[in-house]
Design a protein around this ligand. Structure first.
Ligand code: ZN
Length: 399
């Protein structure tokens, strides 16, 4: 199973957008959808019927009457159908099931050893997702009826490395020994009978954060700064992947750094070698500070350690330099930073200062610069939306 390559639907009122309006509560009836989309009632009805027949929408009795016949209310089904999501990191994976509106039903964090290789890691995570989908859900599992495995509509997987969009294959990841060239989509297709969609983790964070916090904004850039560093781009309201799927991969953009540290890609002075969590760990160790991982670095920064704070500022400046080029070029409405380094105040402050210093006034006049607010479930939320969009588009093609 590869990715959703459905032709781009009309910007207003496509099936995905109708579903989203109902899911977010913006619309509860066909009349609402007609008003929001500007589409005729008959076109809306046709699309709603198609969504109902796919099990993506349901009718829930009568709404408030305005004098005439009481309108039937629309809702996203809450019982049963779920999508699975895996947000894989270097040391942990967040795994969950979400309903068809993108709300988390169940989620848990599992320790992962990425160096165990793709078969072992993905095999275990797929088993976990299908187990979650099969487990009874809700505060009262008996009453909720439990979500059967058959109710799993698809699985979205985020990988902390470059993913070729058309094939679902991993290409030259840093810090993922044994994963280069691995065909995640084909591996998963052999193990589960539902569509599996693979993307990189920054794209999933971007999609999750955009749908959660700013679905009304058309142009946005999301930086994911954790062990690695990357970004996801929302253009005209949609995830922009580019020709191969590498759009937004800023990890090997060169920044001003003296000395320029060597990067895993063979070059020196890459953003990832200066500003990623892994780079901060290495730099601190080189200065003789005993620190074993990113958690230790963040603790030092929080404690006001001089070396760690200076490195965090340098990282923020480096991210700001690259981001300034992106902002000048792309003119987004919002730039948001997520990942574990997003909570480091010194990093955020110097990134923000560099952005204002280096960007055109017109580009920053109304630009929102903020933290990604959706927390640890933002990646699985993005993964779920990827699958929901795919299910809607696939249904549309069959119709
Ligand atoms: Zn590099």
């Amino acid at each position: 199973m590869t990715i959703d390559d459905a032709p781009r639907e009309a910007l207003r009122g496509g099936p995905r957008e109708l579903l989203r309006w109902v899911a977010t509560g913006a619309a509860v009836s066909r009349a609402d959808l007609s008003r929001l989309s500007g589409l005729s009632p008959s076109t809306v009805s046709q699309r709603v019927e198609a969504l109902i027949s796919q099990g993506l929408l349901e009718e829930t009795g009568a709404g408030r009457s305005r004098g005439g016949r009481r309108p039937r209310q629309l809702a996203v089904p809450t019982g049963g159908a779920v999508v699975g999501a895996i947000d894989l990191g270097a040391h942990h994976a967040r795994v969950g099931t979400l309903d068809l509106s993108g709300r988390v039903v169940q989620a848990r964090t599992l320790p992962v050893r990425i160096e165990d290789g793709p078969e072992e890691v993905l095999g275990a995570l797929l088993a976990e997702v299908t187990a979650l989908a099969g487990a009874p859900t809700g505060p009262d599992p008996e009453a909720a009826g439990g979500a059967a495995v058959g109710a799993l509509r698809g699985i979205g997987i985020g990988i902390p490395g470059p993913v070729q969009h058309a094939t679902g294959r991993i290409v030259s990841p840093s810090r993922m020994p044994g994963w280069n060239g691995f065909d995640v989509a084909a591996f998963c297709a052999g193990r589960v009978a539902v569509p599996v969609i693979v993307d990189n983790d920054a794209n999933l964070m971007a999609l999750g954060a955009h749908r959660t916090a700013h679905p009304e904004l058309d142009h946005a850039v999301y930086i994911k700064a954790g062990t690695g560093i990357g970004s996801g781009v929302i253009s005209s309201g949609r995830l922009h992947r580019g020709a191969q799927g590498s759009a937004g991969d800023i990890s090997h953009c060169r920044v001003v750094a003296d000395p320029a540290p060597a990067c895993s890609c063979g070059n020196a002075g890459c953003l990832e070698a200066v500003a990623s969590g892994a780079a901060l760990v290495t730099a601190l160790r080189d200065q003789g500070v005993p620190v074993s991982d990113l958690t230790g670095v963040i603790r030092l920064i929080d404690d006001g350690d001089r070396h760690a704070t200076a490195l965090a500022r340098q990282a923020g400046r480096a991210i700001g330099e690259i981001l300034a080029v992106v902002v000048n070029f792309f003119n987004p409405q919002v730039v948001a930073i997520g990942g574990r380094l997003a909570d480091c105040e010194p990093l955020l402050a110097s990134m923000r200062a560099t952005l204002y210093e280096r960007c055109l006034p017109l580009a920053t006049q109304t630009l929102l610069i903020e933290r990604v607010a959706a927390g640890q479930d933002v990646g699985i939320t993005g993964a779920a939306h990827l699958v929901i969009d795919h299910v809607v588009a696939a249904g549309g093609r069959q119709a």
